[in-house]
Every structure is written in structure tokens, then in C-alpha cells.
Design a protein around this ligand. Structure first.
Ligand SMILES: [Zn+2]
Length: 311
């Protein structure tokens, strides 16, 4: 099963010759979550090899144009491709007027079964709210600090257990008994009781956090907590910290500090201002406070979710 982020666009307010407006596709087993489709997302998906039919869910952080103006095209494409299953669209609740306009931006034969999921999350909330829990994973959201209501996202796999083949062999557990042990927690083999705890170690579920336009805030930290992959805006370098503060954005250095404080593993920087043709210095800034891996988003790049940690 593949778990990765496909970068569809990595520019902020204005696209450049090398960076499309925002857009990110999270491939997560058979789920495909499209985050913040900016203008041009439909065509970027084509270049990136992301079929419209693989979009199973859409999440929008806020309704500034660079994060949502690609939505009409994507929705009409889903309809054109006769995607029959329901497609949930989650967004900050106060943006319902924009969702309605984007949905009906122009005339098309509407076959869509969209399920609107307005998210109510406040800056004073203690922890992220649950948007969807499908059993294997949970999608959560938390309020971010920006000039309009904004929420970030956290895709969280539930913890599981990894079986230890050597211990199973020693205990004589094989074949269908392994499945029975996983299901029942303890079984009896040749008169001896064998427990799942002895035969396995805890396997931490994978976490992908998505922190877009925001100033420093508790919500961003809560979303990023222990994330295997943190996708984070880094609109400005520290030299422009005053601009970042004025417009509710993070500097690259703050993105690095966020990753470090949250204990994230891989940091994917994105949402770059057009003023930086070379984002190398932004990566260096983030890396100065974060010892994990820092990657700068490039359009059409695929960035894997690091393998699960065990124990
Ligand atoms: Zn933006």
C-alpha cells in the first residue's frame, strides 16, 4: 500500500513559471485526499498521474483563492468522469457560502454526490476535532491562526501490533492460529496459553499533518504532534518575519521549530512566496532548528510518508 503526498502545486498567492498554485494529493492506501486545490489543479493532476477518479475526499483549509479556486474544475471533472460514490468535502464551517459558490461556479451536468462536512474548530479548543473515523484511521482538524477562518488537518492511523515471527515459531503458533490470536488476544496452543502481547510489539500508526496558512499557534502544534510527515507552509524567510506576522504566515524557521517541538520526522516545506526563486535558504533555515529531514516541495514531486516506527 502506498502512502505519499503528491505535490500538485507549491506556490502561495501568485504562481510562478515553476510553481503552480497550491494543491496536494495524499495517497493513503485506497483513499485519495485532495488538499487545497488551487487554480490549475485539474491539469497538474494529469501531469502528476493522479486520476480524478482516485480522489475520494477533499479537504480545504480556508477560502483564500490560492487554496480553493481549483475546486470548480475538479468537481466538474469528477462529475464528467461519472464518479458515483459520495465525495466528502471538509472545510471551515464559516466558508459555506464559498463552497456553495464554487460548487455552482458555472453550468455543468451535476452527477456529484458531494457530502459537505463543515468543520467547527476554535482557536481555544484543547485538541483537534474528529471529522471522520473509519476505524483504521481518523481524520482530525484544528483551527489555525490566519486572517480568515482556517483549519489544518491530521490523518491519523490507529495503532496496531506487529507480529514477531521468531516468537510465534517458538510457541508453535502457525497458520490460522495467528489470525485467531490477533482477533482474540490470547489462545491455547498444545495446552499452553499464548498472548498477543508476548507475540507482538506495538506498532504506532502513521500520521500525516497538513498545516497551511497560519501564524504560530497551539492548533498547528497539536496537528503536527509526532507526525511522520508534516506538510507545512513556509511562505517567508526570517528576513521577512514582519510580513509573516502581519499576514498570518509562518517563516521557514518557524516551520522548522514547529516540526522540532511537535516531534515530527519529515518536514515538507511548501506554499512559497514568489519572491524566492531559490528556496534552498528556506530549507537551511528550517533545518537549523529541526534535526529531522527537511524537503522543499517541488511541483509534481512525490514525498513518501516515512515507514512506521515500531515499539
Ligand atoms: Zn495561501
Amino acid at each position: 500500500m502506498v502512502r505519499e503526498i503528491v505535490v500538485l502545486g507549491s506556490a502561495s498567492q501568485a504562481p510562478t513559471r515553476t510553481r503552480n498554485h497550491n494543491g496536494y494529493f495524499l495517497r493513503w492506501d485506497d483513499e485519495g485526499v485532495l488538499f487545497d486545490p488551487g487554480e490549475g489543479t485539474q491539469r497538474q493532476m494529469l501531469f502528476a498521474g493522479v486520476a480524478a477518479s482516485s480522489v475520494t475526499r477533499i479537504c480545504i483549509t480556508h477560502f483564500h483563492g490560492d487554496h480553493c479556486l481549483g475546486l470548480p474544475g475538479v468537481l466538474q471533472r469528477l462529475s464528467l468522469d461519472r464518479v458515483a460514490r459520495p465525495v466528502p468535502v471538509a472545510f471551515p464551517a464559516s466558508g459555506d457560502v464559498y463552497i456553495d459558490r464554487l460548487r455552482h461556479a458555472s453550468s455543468f451536468y451535476d452527477r456529484l454526490d458531494l457530502r459537505l462536512q463543515p468543520v467547527h474548530a476554535g482557536l481555544s479548543d484543547e485538541e483537534p476535532v474528529t471529522v471522520e473515523d473509519v476505524g483504521r484511521w481518523t481524520l482530525r482538524a484544528a483551527a489555525l491562526r490566519h486572517s480568515v477562518e482556517t483549519v489544518g488537518w491530521r490523518m491519523e492511523e490507529h495503532n496496531g501490533r506487529t507480529m514477531l515471527p521468531e516468537r510465534l515459531a517458538e510457541a508453535g503458533v502457525a497458520g490460522p492460529d495467528v489470525g485467531r490470536l490477533q482477533l482474540e488476544g490470547a489462545i491455547t496452543v498444545e495446552g499452553r496459553r499464548v498472548t498477543l502481547d508476548e507475540m507482538s510489539v506495538e506498532r504506532r500508526g502513521q500520521v500525516v499533518a497538513f498545516v497551511m496558512d497560519t501564524g504560530w499557534c497551539d492548533g498547528a502544534l497539536a496537528l503536527a504532534e509526532g507526525a511522520d510527515l508534516l506538510v507545512c507552509e513556509a511562505t517567508f524567510a526570517s528576513a521577512e518575519a514582519d510580513l509573516a506576522a502581519a499576514y498570518g504566515h509562518l517563516t521557514a524557521a518557524e516551520a522548522g521549530r514547529l516540526a522540532a517541538e511537535a516531534g515530527a520526522r519529515r518536514l515538507l516545506l511548501t506554499h512559497f512566496s514568489q519572491r524566492y526563486p531559490d528556496v534552498g535558504p528556506l530549507v537551511d533555515e528550517a533545518a537549523s532548528s529541526f534535526s529531522g529531514e527537511v524537503v522543499a516541495a517541488a511541483d509534481l514531486a512525490r514525498v513518501a510518508v516515512p515507514p512506521r516506527r515500531t515499539g
